[in-house]
Design a binder for this molecule. Structure first.
Ligand SMILES: Nc1ncnc2c1ncn2[C@@H]1O[C@H](COP(=O)(O)OP(=O)(O)OP(=O)(O)O)[C@@H](O)[C@H]1O
Ligand SMILES: [Mg+2]
Length: 231
């Protein structure tokens, strides 16, 4: 059994189908998907240590199986610049998340490198009729507003990926939008091929969400990750 399989096996053994944030990120890392730097912490003291290792400015995110949407409940705070700000954000976050999800069991927080650029979304799903599908779109907060997403069946070829990119209505955003870094299309193509291959190799993955993947000056980085296994 390889390392990806043993993560899935472990999740199954715990009678779960949803991988937690760390497990999802671990699988993606093993598959060669680029991620931003991230460290977990279980309390404020530890998060201050981790923040100094990652280097300010950082992003703080709540880690809890019970929190479905982190930012909607105050569970994501970007642009934290000092120990003091972190301490303030940490307390506010715990309070906000718990007022949104009163019964949530909070496992800890993640302390993450801050990255900027065009936000894309890449996701996979399992359609009852067609099987495994992959989606590319303009990501982050705009997804729900514009629904600017293209789909293909897995496995995809480079030609399929090129067509998917061409179908994005807002693809002018890939071209250096308002001074943001350009999206490297070769890199994006190879990331989509990597994800397609991952799903082909591990059909046990029911759904996978990378929203957003940020096109930074230094290349693509997934900054949010979720994997759900077949029942
Ligand atoms: N490391 C980061 N650097 C810069 N911005 C970030 C970072 N992490 C998150 N953000 C910003 O916060 C937004 C929400 O973050 P994230 O996707 O992690 O949470 P979420 O989408 O609210 O959670 P969920 O997917 O559980 O609903 C991102 O779209 C992005 O704009
Ligand atoms: Mg997200």
């Amino acid at each position: 059994m390889n390392r990806i399989e043993s993560i899935f096996e472990d999740v199954r053994n715990h009678k779960r189908t949803v991988l937690n944030y760390e497990e999802s990120r671990r699988v993606m890392e093993l598959a060669g998907i680029p991620l931003n730097k991230m460290k977990v912490a279980k309390d404020l003291e530890e998060s201050i240590q981790r923040a100094n290792e990652v280097g300010y400015p950082i992003v703080l995110k709540v880690i809890s199986e019970d929190v479905i949407h982190k930012s909607d409940s105050g569970g994501v705070e970007v642009g934290i610049k000092s120990d003091n700000e972190l301490s303030k954000s940490y307390h506010e976050m715990m309070e906000n998340v718990l007022s949104f999800y009163p019964d949530a069991k909070i496992e800890g927080v993640s302390v993450e490198e801050m990255v900027g650029g065009v936000e894309l979304l890449i996701g996979t799903n399992t359609d009852a009729q067609f099987g495994k599908m992959i989606a590319l779109g303009i990501g982050g907060i705009f997804v729900e507003v514009y629904k600017d997403v293209s789909f293909r069946l897995i496995p995809v070829s480079s030609k399929d990926v090129k067509d998917m990119i061409d179908e994005i209505k807002g693809k002018a955003m890939f071209d250096g939008f308002r001074g943001l870094p350009k999206v490297n299309l070769d890199e994006l193509t190879s990331l989509i091929l990597t994800i397609s291959k991952l799903i082909e190799d591990y059909p046990i993955i029911f759904e996978m969400d990378l929203n957003p993947v940020v096109a930074t000056e230094n290349g693509l980085r997934a900054i949010d990750a979720r994997i759900i296994l077949e029942q």
